[in-house]
Ligand binder design. Structure first.
Ligand SMILES: C[S@@+](CC[C@H](N)C(=O)[O-])C[C@H]1O[C@@H](n2cnc3c(N)ncnc32)[C@H](O)[C@@H]1O
Length: 264
């Protein structure tokens, strides 16, 4: 290297050595800005109670001793071996749909934008599917998305509370119901009670978000407690279990022993 080009080479080496970490830093700043924005958008969408829970929730929980946390959230009632004797495990909830009867009259309680409804229609080919949600925007979207099925009389969309909508159907008129609305303990209990009234005595009830605490929205869910209490009170069992990556598993319930020996 000539004497003249020595400083140029040194500058080049310094630039090259610092460029790569700078690029990495830039990428990581952009990534955290994106995830911060996502968290902020999620936070903004929450009702006041949800915001407060997010702000205080985990920090407050971590500050509590374990005994206090256990008192706050007691252990769900335990199921017996008889409640899982026939249970089959599926890799995800769409695969679990294989256990739901086809050609049925069914309801999805909490249909959101109708994403899972598409799988229900595809896998179980229901004779009639009631889609229920209390959010006007979702209902409008679902009505547009399934206009053809509505026209054909296969889909009926209900704008309203899950319990009120299901209670408006004749008792025992559904072959099965899929619950995916309010996942709090109170919400899951009332949805289960309504589904129990609406399905036939040998019908099926599926539930999403069988999880004790949801790490996605940082909320305590009450589906596990509600499901166990329901099975113990009404002598139902878990027939199927669909895995979900973040623990928001699905369960399929049926009256204990119903359909045993038959292939329904
Ligand atoms: C998790 S999303 C449902 C997702 C949908 N089942 C899917 O898998 O694509 C829950 C939905 O339930 C609705 N919801 C919650 N509580 C409800 C209630 N009490 N009555 C009617 N809809 C309710 C919400 O508006 C939301 O769209």
């Amino acid at each position: 290297m000539s004497q003249a080009s020595e400083p140029v080479g040194m500058v080049r080496a310094v630039v090259l050595r610092t460029a790569s970490p700078l690029r990495k830093l830039g990428r990581s700043v952009r990534r955290s800005a994106r995830s911060g924005r996502r968290r902020w958008l999620f936070f903004r969408k929450q009702p006041a109670r949800g915001k407060l829970r997010i702000l205080l929730g985990l920090a407050a929980l971590e500050d509590r001793p374990m005994a206090a946390r256990n008192e706050l959230w007691p252990m769900p009632a335990a199921l017996g071996a008889q409640h899982v004797r026939r249970a089959r495990l599926f890799e995800h909830r769409v695969a679990l749909l294989e256990m739901f009867p086809t050609g049925a009259v069914a309801a999805e309680m909490g249909c959101h934008k109708g994403n899972f409804s598409a799988h229900i229609l595809d896998v179980t080919a229901p004779r009639k599917l009631h889609l229920i949600d209390y959010e006007a925007a979702f209902v409008a979207e679902v009505r547009e998305r399934y206009a053809k099925e509505i026209e054909a009389g296969v889909v009926e969309v209900h704008h309203g509370d899950t319990v009120a909508s299901v209670d408006a159907l004749p008792p025992g008129s559904l072959d099965w119901a899929y619950i995916d609305g309010d996942h709090s303990y109170r919400g899951a209990k009332r949805d289960l009670a309504a589904a129990h009234r609406a399905v036939k005595p040998d019908g099926w009830i599926g539930l999403n978000d069988y999880v004790f605490f949801n790490s996605e929205d940082m909320n305590k869910y009450g589906v596990v407690e509600a499901v166990h209490e329901f099975c113990l009170e009404h002598d139902w069992e878990i027939l199927g279990f669909g895995l979900a990556g973040r623990g928001q598993h699905d369960v399929l319930l049926r009256r204990r022993g119903a359909g045993e020996g038959s292939d329904d």
